[in-house]
Design a protein. Structure first.
Length: 491
């Protein structure tokens, strides 16, 4: 029994001794490592992007000095060209101070267990020295300061052209003031900066710039007219009145006074009217039956108001601006075209076949047999290209020997329009030749009602005969009918 107790006591002593030994060993290891990190940076320590893991102050300073020795200073012009000066060429070198040792001293070596984890970036103010004279010399030797490279600035001036005068813009050039750049370079290197971007402040400037008020005033005196451009929204491709045309209208005095020949402006407006007026023009029209007819006359089409257009030009020509507008019209059409201005929404009246059609955006919306003016009595309906002038409900049509009440009246020529004819039981055929209307287009009541509902005011009306006919009635004359014949001139 005594032997067993003695053995147990001995084992306990041995185990205690081992634990004590291990604890002492761990403490020795902990304080040994702490003493190591009292002189070395923790893993993951970065000074200004330079990794100094487990380095001493001296080793870290050597590493920083090596990085500083690799210093490159760049100068970039406003044209985007970049020049480089390397550290060794200007004796650029690291000047050790107390910064690195102070960073290590701030490191708590007893927290080395947690300090070994993660990345620790520290901003370091590095002191460096360099040779300012060498820097100045290298700057002066850069290509941008050599005569073969330099383009001196040029003053703005007035230059004559084929169409008038224009401002020759000042040329900035690329001449840089050397002393200013040397001063900026020294300041930048002193601050440890790696790049200097040159701004307009260090460039030579023209003495007379493009915005010189005296130059601009002289140009305004000369080009008060020539700078104006009128872009006409007319026809299919438009028309432009610019300096090439305006130059022919003006003369310039020695004092830069501008004299305008208004008779030439009148001629120009007449040119516009001759080219773009379509009133009464003969147009080719593809009928609903598939053939093509030629039809002119009527009162539809573009008409430029020549007097107002001339006045408009004279009021705008001194503005010096680009103006976009239509000519001054006293009458317009649906489509801007010199050849076919009708569009795809219109009423077609085939007098010969006594049939009418209404198309909306190219689709047939309504068609009907009709009865038109009595041809044998000289009352033939006027042919030509017109437009719906107005629509009226419950109208009374009054003529020399008649008065008729209608529910729907859609006028397109002088006293002539589409209307219901409830008194007729038959439409179409050749009724119009001997028993037609006094000139209007008679329609069945239900068709006139439907047309009235869907026909917009202003819609073009193309009315034609397929055979030669002579129209002599007053309404044909006033309506500028295509087939109107003035019998009084034949006497």
């Amino acid at each position: 029994m005594r032997k067993q107790k003695s053995a147990a006591k001995s084992a306990f002593i041995i185990i205690g001794s081992i634990c004590c030994f291990l604890l002492i060993a761990l403490l020795v290891c902990y304080f040994y490592t702490a003493s190591y990190y009292a002189e070395h940076f923790f893993p993951g320590t970065v000074l200004n992007g330079i990794a100094v893991d487990k380095m001493t102050v001296e080793e870290a300073e050597d590493k920083v000095a090596q990085e500083v020795a690799d210093y490159i200073f760049s100068i970039q012009t406003r044209d985007g060209e970049t020049y480089q000066i390397i550290g060794p060429d200007i004796d650029y070198a690291y000047v050790p101070g107390t910064e690195i040792s102070e960073i290590l001293e701030a490191q708590n070596e007893y927290k080395w267990i947690s300090g070994r984890k993660g990345k620790k970036e520290v901003d370091l103010e590095v002191s460096a020295a360099y040779n300012a004279q060498k820097l100045d010399k290298l700057v002066s030797q850069l290509e941008c300061f050599q005569d073969s490279y330099i383009q001196k600035p040029k003053n703005a001036y007035l230059r004559e052209t084929e169409t008038g005068y224009e401002l020759a813009e000042a040329v900035a050039g690329n001449q840089i003031r050397l002393a200013d750049v040397q001063k900026l370079a020294r300041k930048a290197v002193d601050m440890g900066e790696e790049k200097l971007e040159l701004t307009d402040d260090v460039y030579e400037e023209p003495e007379i710039k493009s915005d010189d008020k005296h130059l601009k005033k002289a140009l305004k005196n000369i080009n008060s007219y020539l700078n104006t451009k009128i872009k006409y929204d007319v026809g299919e491709n438009g028309e432009v009145l610019d300096s090439a045309q305006i130059k022919e209208w003006i003369t310039i005095g020695a004092d830069y006074s501008v004299i305008l020949d208004e008779s030439k402006v009148t001629s120009y407006v007449q040119y516009l009217a001759s080219k773009y007026n379509t009133y009464g023009d003969i147009r080719k029209f593809k009928t609903s039956l598939g053939d093509t007819v030629k039809i002119g006359g009527g009162d539809y089409g573009w008409v430029i108001d020549k007097e107002k257009e001339k006045a408009q030009i004279l009021s705008e020509i001194q503005s010096g601006k680009t103006i976009k507008r239509e000519p001054v019209f006293n009458q317009t059409a649906v489509v801007k075209s010199e050849t076919y201005d009708i569009g795809d929404t219109y009423v077609e009246v085939d007098y010969t076949n006594q049939h009418m059609y209404f198309y909306e955006k190219g689709k047939l919306k309504l068609e009907s047999d009709i009865v038109t003016g009595t041809a044998s009595r000289g009352w033939g309906s006027p042919d030509g290209i017109y437009k719906i002038i107005y629509k009226e409900r419950d109208a009374t049509l009054v003529g020399e020997n008649y008065a008729s009440d209608v529910n729907y009246f859609m006028v397109f020529a002088y006293n002539v329009g589409f209307h219901d004819a409830s008194w007729r039981s038959e439409f179409g055929k050749e009724i119009y030749k001997t028993s037609g209307s006094h000139g209007c287009v008679n329609m069945p009541s239900e068709m006139a009602h439907e047309l009235y509902q869907i026909l917009p005011v202003g819609t073009p009306v193309i009315a034609y005969y397929r055979e030669p006919i002579e129209l002599t009635a007053e309404n044909a004359k006033i309506s500028n009918a295509f087939s109107y014949v003035d019998k009084s001139r034949e006497r």
